[in-house]
Design a protein around this ligand. Structure first.
Ligand code: SAM
Ligand code: SF4
Length: 484
């Protein structure tokens, strides 16, 4: 990729604007003083979330402290119900494209950090980027997230250029239709530039909302050590027109319950000031990485049972926010997590720079070329097939942002249950595209079965006619991308 003309902002000149809503003493006291919550109160909170109302941090803290097995089970049941009511049985699929791993930061947990001599540094050339994307398209992907280290090589103009390049690639009748970004926080001007290029969501994970842990993980003097610049970045993105933002916390750095409260507070902060919550929340658990001694960074290692509670409680607290669980997690755990409210997963992804071409389908990973180790390396077709067998509709839908259903507009659609009327049809048409163009015979059979079941659920009428018409056109012609 070519070098940026608009480089990263000079950190010394950044005003520390924004509000630090992470009221650490208060959050900690909520967790401490609410240690044995009254079961009646928990039931009231559960009833509120069944009405799909977002929960306050105080209510979330009560759920986090509900340890009695019977209450925990009720929380899981409610999460399952909410997932069905808000998202139906769709799971949106994507794969990451790692563009470059030069990095000026020294985050203690990351294989790309600048002091790691083992990390093989590289930025894809334009031709290499095209080749990587062609392989993703040949698998059947239509959605990607482009990932970058933090470096002057990856200023907003470079990111925007990369987005344009990715959109330009074609493989037979397939192309990438939505590109999300996971990169360093940008200035207002930077966000305007990437928005202009047509990005979907801009993700910036806070990593940890716990101030002193944040300081320990991100050494002083590095760009990332500026807690407020990062905390305020989703707000800057929204102010600049990027109204689909993705929040996240790297789980294991600090107490997971504290991180959940902070994520809920962050969502509430955005809602209060911009009338739009985050589009997605991610909660990556720390994985082994090149040159990282996991025990030294993951002091608050989170066991699987607690990780699933974290997911279920977030589902209750922010019912309309998409939740992502990535291939960092092993397949068996992802399968359970899907039931508790996950709406998006990645599949068949390679996270070595150049990995789609150079590593191909090999299930071994080259740690010195990637940011961390993956837990689920199944190919896309295997994941699609398993989802179908487990009763989920794998969706490659990208309609919303292309029709301007983002940010506040997205919330307006989401709240009256609109999404299900558009998302399920779009999931079915994009599944049909996958089955016609890419699926193995086994996946095709499972997919046809799923389509039949789903058609039976749709009441007769105009919409059913429209859906069946599009499905037939995809099956019998070259027409694609027939979204609602
Ligand atoms: N360099 C950009 C930044 O830091 O914002 C892009 C992010 S990085 C390429 C993507 C995310 O991976 C990070 O925000 C962090 O949460 C996560 N990550 C880093 N090291 C990890 C590890 N060892 N295990 C799991 N996730 C990790
Ligand atoms: Fe660089 Fe991001 Fe890794 Fe930190 S997490 S070292 S900023 S790539």
């Amino acid at each position: 990729m070519t070098t940026a003309t608009l480089a990263l902002p000079d950190m010394n000149n950044l005003s520390e604007s924004g509000v630090d809503f992470v009221d650490e003493p208060y959050f900690e006291s909520l967790l401490k003083h609410n240690a044995v919550p009254d079961p009646g109160r928990i039931r009231e909170i559960i009833a509120k979330s069944k009405n799909k109302e977002a929960l306050a941090v105080e209510e979330t803290a009560a759920l986090l402290n509900a340890d009695e097995p019977e209450l925990v089970e009720q929380i899981f049941d409610t999460a399952r119900q909410l997932k069905k009511d808000v998202y139906g049985n769709r799971i949106v699929l994507f794969a990451p494209i790692y563009v470059g791993n030069y990095c000026v930061n020294d985050c203690a947990y990351c294989g790309f950090r600048r002091s790691n001599p083992e990390s093989i540094r590289r930025t894809l050339t334009t031709n290499e980027l095209h080749e990587q994307i062609r392989i993703m398209l040949a698998m059947g992907h239509k959605r990607t997230i482009a990932v970058f280290g933090e470096h002057m090589k990856y200023g907003p103009e470079v990111i925007a250029n990369c987005v344009n390049e990715i959109y330009s690639v074609r493989y037979k009748n397939n192309s990438i239709r939505r590109i999300n970004i996971n990169a360093a926080p940008l200035s207002h001007e930077g966000y305007r530039i990437v928005k202009e290029a047509g990005i979907g969501t801009y993700q910036v994970f806070q990593e940890t909302y716990h101030h002193s842990t944040y300081a320990r993980m991100h050494p002083k003097g590095t760009r990332k050590s500026n807690f407020m610049w990062r905390l305020d970045s989703p707000a800057r993105a929204i102010e600049s027109g990027c109204d689909d933002v993705g929040l996240g916390a790297l789980i294991g750095l600090a107490d997971w319950k504290f991180e959940v409260l902070s994520l809920v507070a962050h969502a509430a902060h955005l809602m209060k000031h911009y009338r739009v919550g985050p589009h997605t929340i991610s909660f990556p658990r720390i994985r082994p990485a090149s040159g990282v001694t996991i025990k030294e960074v993951a002091e608050h290692d989170v066991k699987d049972d607690d990780f699933l509670r974290l997911i279920a409680i977030l589902r209750l607290s922010v019912p309309y926010t998409g939740m992502i669980v990535t291939a960092r997690e092993p397949a068996a755990l992802r399968k359970i997590a899907l039931g508790f409210g996950i709406s998006q997963i990645d599949a068949g992804g390679r996270i070595e720079i150049g990995g789609y071409v150079e590593a191909g389908d090999a299930q071994t990973q080259a740690l010195e070329r990637e940011q961390f180790e993956l837990g689920d390396v199944r190919p896309l077709d295997e994941v699609v097939c398993q989802l179908l067998k487990d009763g989920y509709i794998p969706s490659f839908c990208t309609a919303c942002y292309r029709l301007g259903r983002t940010g506040e507009v997205f919330m307006e659609h989401a709240i009256p249950g609109f999404i299900q009327n558009m998302c399920t049809p779009n999931a079915l048409t994009t599944l049909q595209e996958y089955l016609t163009d890419f699926a193995s015979p086994e996946t095709k059979n499972a997919g046809e079965e799923m389509l039949k079941q789903e058609f039976d659920k749709i009441p007769d009428g105009h919409q059913k006619f429209e859906i069946l018409d599009r499905i037939e056109r995809i099956r019998n012609t070259d027409e694609r991308d027939l979204y609602f």
